[in-house]
Design a protein around this ligand. Structure first.
Ligand code: NAI
Length: 472
């Protein structure tokens, strides 16, 4: 078993950065170097304004940076020095070629793996931290073995990350479990023990789960698919609630009290976003198709279909409520991040909604407390959304606070569940007073107390709730 003294993490993103910063925070005797090809990202990690927002992240990074935590673009030096290397690069959905729109693009994994093979002059433990299709470790091993020289030996582990953005530091400091998969050979098991020993500096032994490589790889896809499936399930029920007068919060509570079901992840919403859920389910769908399991593929695909339906259903409701047209109307969108406490906008429902509003010739006023304005332009200016910046600038305004966004609006749409949008944090009377009348409010996150908001005078629609609920 190797006593790990030096760790390199390839990929300084939402996962690599926080994960390895916490390792440095908890293991002062291990030198942790986080590398990336993106100079701007590394510069930000070395500055006072970190490239990502996560509660608690600054404390961890500022505590260890320059001591046993380093950020650099010198990938080769960090690989060479490390006993153990995390590969934490992006694995986006392929945009072109075979499996486009479904399969994971493994080019970054392969690039990082080839770099390790070229640079390493001694044996290493290589850890897949990225989320990958089942059996990716086999390809990594083949590349490493074919490109390595002499007596160098590589052990490959799978150690998928289960952190959730917005609570990453909390999750990393106190994980439900750490999963480490290895080939069940003496070398594989020994490498597994080496990585387990790193985590055991702060994670109780019984929370470190060891499995074979393929179970570990598949468990990450499975966990995300199961979580997203719960969201799509409650969202499907929210449509029934709106049509019948049942209240989705009451249904979720009643179901969640069943100890077999549990209460978590039963919150209806405008649909899930984030870089992982959709990508990982599509990955699972593609894997199932490749394994000639079409029924399995169709089953998981439905989770994504339901998510798209939920977003479109919400847009349709907004348009029909606003007398079937939003042309030239001002729609205030509160929240652009895919969920609260993160500045990440990948696959955010806000992007789909705003794109639809723009297509209907509405003017969209956007406010988010953490997302950079330039990021909003970039997300909306993607090909197929709006093709030029000037046109986009006519269709949207990005505002400094919620009051500015809502001023003169015909409708307010809550897309992200930021605490500051709650009824007791925001002065909804002030917002109402400055809106066109009738003033509509659409709550895509079940954040508001409808009765209280209605009393002000708003016409309110909340996902999963019927305005006539409670009446005969
Ligand atoms: P990200 O896009 O934020 O970061 C990946 C980084 O890797 C980028 O900065 C990129 O420049 C860098 N990179 C790519 N190839 C490189 C190379 N050859 N050498 C050096 N740097 C390289 O991605 P994120 O969100 O951190 O995700 C990473 C992986 O973790 C993905 O597979 C994702 O599915 C998985 N994951 C993500 C979670 C999340 O909440 N974002 C949670 C759990 C897993």
């Amino acid at each position: 078993m190797v006593d790990v003294k030096s760790i390199c993490c390839i990929g300084a993103g939402y996962v690599g950065g926080p994960t390895c910063a916490v390792i440095a925070y908890k293991c002062h005797n291990i030198k942790v170097t986080i590398v990336d090809l993106n100079q701007a990202r590394i510069d930000a990690w070395n500055s006072d304004k970190l490239p990502i927002y996560e509660p608690g992240l600054e404390e961890v990074v500022f505590d260890r940076r320059g001591k046993n935590l380093f950020f650099t673009t010198d990938v080769d030096a960090a690989i060479e020095e490390a006993d153990l290397i995390f590969v934490s690069v992006n694995t986006p959905t392929k945009k072109t070629g075979m499996g486009a729109g479904m399969a994971a693009d493994l080019a970054y994994i392969e690039g990082a793996t080839r770099r390790i093979a070229e640079v390493a002059t001694r044996s290493k433990i290589v850890v897949e931290k990225s989320t990958v299709p089942c059996r990716t470790a086999e390809s990594m091993r083949t590349i490493l073995e074919a490109n390595s020289t002499g007596s160098i030996h590589f052990d490959i582990l799978s150690n998928p990350e289960f952190l959730a953005e917005g609570t990453a530091i909390k999750d990393l400091l106190n994980p439900d479990r750490v999963l480490i998969g290895a080939l069940q050979t003496p070398e594989g098991i020994s490498a597994q023990k080496s990585l387990a020993a790193v985590y055991q500096n702060w994670v109780p032994e019984d929370r470190v789960i060891t499995t074979n490589l393929w179970s570990s790889e598949l468990s990450k896809l499975a966990a995300n698919a199961l979580l997203a499936q719960r969201i799509s399930s409650i969202n499907a029920l929210s449509a029934i609630c709106e049509a019948t007068g049942a209240d989705v919060d009451e249904v979720a509570y009643a179901c969640g009290r069943d100890s077999r079901l549990g209460s978590k992840f039963l919150k209806a919403s405008v649909g899930f976003g984030g870089s992982c859920f959709q990508k990982d389910i599509l990955n699972l769908v593609y894997l199932s198709q490749q394994l000639n399991l079409p029924e399995v593929a169709d089953y998981w695909q439905q989770v994504v279909i339901m998510n798209e339906y939920q977003k479109k259903r919400f847009v349709r409701k907004i348009i029909s409520t606003l007398f079937n047209t939003i042309t030239n109307k001002r729609i205030a969108v509160l929240g652009f991040a895919f969920k609260k406490d993160t500045g990440d906008t990948r696959e955010s429902a806000a992007i789909t909604l705003i794109k639809d509003f723009i297509d209907e010739n509405a003017h969209v006023a956007i406010y988010d407390p953490k997302v950079e304005h330039e990021q909003i332009y970039m997300d909306l200016a993607e090909p197929g959304v709006v093709d030029n910046r000037k046109q986009l600038e006519k269709s949207i305004s990005i505002c400094g606070d919620a009051y500015e966004a809502c001023k003169g609006a015909d409708a307010v749409v809550i897309v992200t569940e930021w605490d500051e949008f709650k009824s007791d944090q925001l002065d909804y009377q002030r917002i109402y007073d400055n809106m066109h009348k009738p003033a509509f409010l659409f709550d895509g996150r079940l954040l508001l107390d409808a009765a209280q908001i209605r009393e002000i005078g708003f016409k309110v629609h909340i996902i999963g709730k019927n305005e006539l609920a409670g009446t005969a």
